[in-house]
Design a protein around this ligand. Structure first.
Ligand code: NDP
Length: 448
C-alpha cells in the first residue's frame, strides 16, 4: 500500500475511534499529513505500526474534583491527565485550568507534547492534563481548595520517575505551590522532582518562568538569521498577556525589537510606542486585572474588543494565548501587511489553513512544538537540578536554554532537507525530527 493511502487510513480510523475530538483530530491530521516522506524512508516504522500506536495514549485518567466556594457552596469539576508516551522518559507536560478543557483538548496537547519533548533532546515523554475549572474571579482560598482537591485526584498516577506535571494556561507559580503542598502531605515525601515550575526556595529553577517566552524569541532569532536578518528594530504583535507573552515581550525589548500588542479574553491592546513592560507586569502579575487597565494608564495605547492583534501591520507575529486564534482570513491579513515571521508561543494557535497560507507565502513559520519548547526544556533542567539537589545560576540555565533552542532549529532545518523539503519548512522539519526520535526508541523497546 502507498504510504499516503496508509496515512489516510490511519487518520480515518483515528476519527472513527475519537468522535467529536476536533482539537485532537486536527493535531493528529497536521502531524501525520507531513510524515509520508519519513515513512517512505523507513518501512520499518510501518511494519512496527508506530503511527497506529503513537495516536493511542498509554493511559488517560479522568477524575472528579469537588471543592467548596468561600460561601460554602459545593462545586464539581473534572480533572484529566493524559499519559501519552513514556518511550523517552517520564511523562512530562503542563496542567491547564480553563473552562474549555475537554478530553479532546488535553489529548491534542499531550500528542503535540510527545514530539516537542523529543525535539529538546532530553529524556522526557509526553503528557498533559488539567481541568475545566475557571480560576477567573476566584479568591486565593478557593484556588487553594481547588488545587488541593485536584491533587488528591491526581497524586496516585504521578511521581518524579513516572509523570511530572507543570503549569499551562491558568496554572502558574501559585497553583503549583498549592498542588505541591498537597502532594507532599498525601505522600509524606519531599519529592521535588514531581512538579516543575516550583518556587525558587523549594526546588524551582531560575529562568523557568521566563523560559517559554525567551525560548520563543531565541527561535525567531535563529529563523531570521537564516535570512541574514535579526530582531533589532522589528515591530512585533503578540496575543495573550500571560506567562508566555509577558516574557517574550521582555526578551524582545532586550533585543531592541518593538512589541506593540497583547491581549486577554476581554480584548486586546495596541501600543504603537512599544509595550511598557513594567505596567503590563503590574496589571497581570500583581493586580491580576484585565488588559483594559493598561490603556487607562498609558496614553499611547488603545483597548479594542473588536478585531484582533493580527489587524496590525508588523514584521513578526507571535500568537501566545491559546489554540485556534489565527484563522485563514487573519493569516491573509498578516501576509498582506508584510509580516516576515510567524512563530507560535501558544500550542496550535494557527488553524491548518492559516499555516498553509503562511507557508505558501514563503514567510518563516515556526510551529509551536519547536518554537515554544523552551518551557518544557527548562522544566527538564529543573528536574535535573532536583536530582542533583543543586540550584544552577541564571546564566547557566539561560545558556542551556539558548543552546537547546538553537539545536531544535538546526534539527528542523536538517530533517526537512533530509526528507525532501526546503530548509525553511519548519512544519516538516519539526514533525520529522521529533517523530523519528520517538519512533526509533519505540522500535528498540518492542511492542509495548
Ligand atoms: P497564561 O494562563 O499565563 O496566559 C494565557 C493568556 O492567554 C491570558 O492572557 C489569557 O487571558 C489568554 N487566553 C487564554 N485563553 C484565551 C481565549 N480562549 N481567548 C482569549 N484569550 C485567551 O498561559 P500561558 O502563557 O502559560 O500559555 C499560553 C499558551 O502557551 C497556551 O497555548 C499554552 O499551552 C502555551 N504554552 C505554555 C507554556 C508555559 O511554559 N507556560 C509552554 C509551552 C506552551 P485570560 O486571562 O483573560 O483568560
Amino acid at each position: 500500500m502507498k504510504t499516503t493511502a496508509n496515512i489516510e487510513e490511519i487518520i480515518e480510523e483515528t476519527e472513527r475511534r475519537n468522535p467529536g475530538q476536533s482539537e485532537f483530530l486536527e493535531a493528529v491530521g497536521v502531524v501525520l499529513s507531513s510524515l509520508a516522506p519519513v515513512l517512505d524512508a523507513h518501512p520499518e516504522y510501518r511494519d512496527a505500526a508506530i503511527i497506529e500506536r503513537i495516536v493511542e495514549p498509554e493511559q488517560l485518567h479522568m477524575f472528579r474534583v469537588p471543592w467548596t466556594t468561600d460561601n460554602g457552596e459545593v462545586r464539581v469539576n473534572r480533572g484529566y491527565r493524559v499519559q501519552f508516551s513514556s518511550v523517552l522518559g517520564p511523562y512530562k507536560g503542563g496542567l491547564r485550568f480553563h473552562p474549555t478543557v475537554t478530553t479532546s483538548v488535553v489529548k491534542f496537547l499531550g500528542f503535540e507534547q510527545i514530539f516537542k519533548n523529543a525535539l529538546t533532546g532530553q529524556q522526557i515523554g509526553g503528557g498533559k492534563g488539567g481541568s475545566d475549572f475557571n480560576p477567573h474571579g476566584r479568591s486565593d482560598a478557593e484556588i487553594m481548595r481547588f488545587c488541593q482537591s485536584f491533587m488528591t485526584g491526581l497524586f496516585r498516577v504521578i511521581g518524579p520517575n513516572t509523570d511530572v506535571p507543570a503549569g499551562d494556561i491558568g496554572v502558574g507559580g501559585r497553583e503549583i505551590g498549592y498542588m505541591y503542598g498537597q502532594y507532599k502531605r498525601l505522600t509524606g515525601r519531599f519529592d521535588a522532582g514531581v512538579l516543575t515550575g516550583k518556587g525558587l526556595s523549594w526546588g524551582g529553577s531560575l529562568i523557568r518562568k521566563e523560559a517559554t517566552g525567551y525560548g520563543l524569541v531565541n527561535f525567531v532569532e535563529n529563523m531570521l538569521a537564516t535570512r541574514s536578518d535579526d530582531l533589532e528594530g522589528k515591530t512585533v504583535s503578540l496575543s495573550g498577556a500571560g506567562n508566555v507573552a509577558i516574557y517574550a515581550i521582555e526578551k524582545l525589548l532586550a533585543l531592541g525589537a518593538k512589541p506593540v500588542t497583547f491581549s486577554d479574553s476581554s480584548g486586546w491592546i495596541h501600543d504603537p510606542e512599544g509595550v511598557d513592560l513594567e505596567l503590563l507586569k503590574d496589571i497581570k502579575e500583581v493586580r491580576r486585572a484585565r488588559v483594559g487597565e493598561y490603556a487607562k494608564e498609558r496614553s499611547s495605547a488603545t483597548f479594542h474588543t473588536e478585531g484582533s492583534p493580527w489587524d496590525v501591520e508588523v514584521d513578526v507575529a507571535l500568537p501566545s494565548a491559546t489554540q485556534r486564534e489565527v484563522n485563514a482570513e487573519q493569516a491573509r491579513a498578516l501576509v498582506k501587511g508584510g509580516t516576515k515571521v510567524v512563530a507560535e508561543g501558544a500550542n496550535m494557535p494557527c488553524e491548518p489553513e492559516a499555516q498553509q497560507i503562511f507557508q505558501e507565502a514563503g514567510l518563516l513559520y515556526g510551529p509551536g512544538k519547536a518554537a515554544n519548547a523552551g518551557g518544557v526544556a527548562v522544566s527538564a533542567l529543573e528536574m535535573q537540578q532536583n536530582d542533583e539537589r543543586q540550584s544552577w545560576t541564571k546564566e547557566k540555565v539561560e545558556t542551556k536554554l539558548e543552546d537547546i533552542m538553537r539545536s531544535i532549529h538546526t534539527q528542523c532545518v536538517e530533517a526537512s532537507e533530509r526528507y525532501g523539503g526546503t530548509s525553511d519548512d519548519y512544519v516538516l522539519g519539526a514533525n520529522a525530527a521529533g517523530f523519528t526520535r520517538v519512533a526509533d526508541a519505540m522500535l528498540a523497546q518492542g511492542l509495548v
